[in-house]
Write a protein that binds this ligand. Structure first.
Ligand code: SF4
Length: 431
């Protein structure tokens, strides 16, 4: 259920909320936005989740923005005015002033930043973005890079399937599009690893196409602006329609970035700063006193726990045993510690038996289990890794992996869970 935003007027100066705030009953008396929102198109209403778990078939596009009502146009104009004054300076962004002066965004940088920013924060992603664009300044440079180098540079950003898709996409753009990203949402959707969100973001930000861009920040802003009380994720189709409705035909890229900035800086998950928000007048959630309670979220199912064992082997000369994980599966193609299986469905749901641990040992040695465990939370499960350690004979030949000098092993930028296990194992060996 949602409520109509209040008519947008000139912004009031920042200050305390008005004393006689309308209550729920008054807010409910306003016409519900749901009544004025066209039903989502069938492909949006039935939109399966992007990528993970998405069945094969054409990827669904976000609803296309249409003509705006005067009220929606006033909201986006207010927002763009705020963005012109307060846009964040980000390494991948063309500022609104430069954009107005005719500077065009580089679609490669827009795409790369959007892939990196999925599931992580701007401060965490920014150094990776700078390293990537320094090492591979164009999409063709990235396409020509060896897989192992790119995977190692990605280590620490998580969601390693995304890094493999990043390479597949770069190669598709280099080989099938002559090194230039397509400028239409539908063509972008056909590229590997681009779901509806990323295709819309690249189309809008890089090419100023009027595409409706909805990330987590935008979901929150729109939920509040229209006081959508249906819990996420069931509310997503309605939020997509509302996001499309707000998207202007002029400056859609700046509008998308303005929504993201508002969500990141003002309309934050906790304690939204409604007093200084450019949308405080039309905001239905603020008027109804619901801002901090929205968006509502359906309770999450508890994550299952998986168990595994990894082996930390140190040679007398200080070399460490590492392997490259198989291309398919979690952390695929990344460097890691040898161990038992834990990343396949049906594997690792219980602690591995002594026989499984013995079978997974990469070489014969005096293995001992240390008391500490490495714990890590993935999207769909949490992982607990037991750690076996041994100092090996210099001439030991492993059945899997190879010894690499310790300095290189640590510089290899292991995935976070492997780094945790390695550090625990090394500290036990050196006690
Ligand atoms: S910051 Fe407050 S007024 Fe602004 S959109 Fe969010 S909830 Fe509404």
């Amino acid at each position: 259920m949602s409520r109509a935003p209040r008519p947008a007027g000139p912004a009031r100066p920042a200050g305390p909320r008005r004393p006689a705030r309308p209550g729920r009953a008054e807010a409910q008396a306003t016409p519900a936005v749901a009544a004025s929102v066209p039903p989502p198109p069938p492909e949006a209403a039935a939109a399966p989740k992007p990528r993970r778990g998405r069945p094969a078939g054409p990827k669904p596009a976000a609803p296309a923005p249409g003509p705006q009502t005067p009220q929606d146009a006033a909201i986006s104009a207010e927002l763009l005015g705020w963005y012109d004054r307060h846009a964040r300076a980000l390494p991948w962004r063309v500022s609104p002033a430069d954009r107005a002066a005719g500077v065009l965004p580089d679609p490669y940088r827009v795409w790369l930043s959007e892939i990196m920013l999925q599931q992580t924060t701007v401060p965490h992603a920014a150094p990776y973005f700078l390293r990537f664009t320094q090492a591979w300044p164009t999409v063709s440079d990235l396409a020509a890079a060896p897989d192992a180098e790119v995977m190692a540079a990605w280590a620490g950003l998580g969601y390693y399937a995304r890094a493999r898709n990043l390479l597949r996409c770069a190669r598709a753009v280099a080989q099938e599009h002559d090194g230039r990203f397509p400028d239409r949402e539908e063509a972008l959707l056909a590229l590997p690893g681009l779901g509806p969100y990323t295709a819309a973001a690249v189309a809008a930000i890089a090419f100023d196409r009027p595409a409706a861009v909805m990330d987590g920040n935008v979901e929150r802003v729109v939920s509040r602006l229209f006081a959508v009380e249906t819990p996420l994720p069931a509310s997503k189709p309605e939020l997509r329609v509302l996001t499309a409705r707000l998207t202007p035909q002029a400056r859609p890229g700046d509008h998308a970035q303005a929504m993201m900035d508002l969500g990141a800086m003002i309309c934050t998950p906790r304690s939204p700063a409604c007093g200084i928000c450019p949308l405080r007048e039309p905001c239905a959630a603020r008027a109804a006193g619901l801002a901090e309670t929205l968006p509502r979220k359906a309770p999450k199912a508890a994550k299952p726990t998986r168990r595994g064992t990894v082996f930390v082997a140190l040679s007398p000369s200080g070399a460490l045993l590492l392997e490259t994980r198989p291309d398919k599966g979690l952390l695929g193609g990344m460097p890691g510690l040898p161990g038992t299986a834990w990343d396949r469905r049906g594997a690792g749901e219980e602690a591995p038996s002594a026989a499984e641990v013995a079978a997974a040992a990469p070489l014969a040695a005096e293995w001992r289990r240390i008391p500490a465990q490495a714990r890590h939370v993935f999207t769909h499960f949490q992982l607990i890794l037991d750690i076996m350690v041994a100092t090996t004979a210099e001439e030991s030949r492993p059945a899997r992996g190879s010894f690499v000098p310790r300095a290189r092993a640590q510089a290899d930028r292991l995935p976070t869970v492997m780094k945790k296990a390695l550090l625990l194992g090394l500290s036990a060996l050196e006690d």
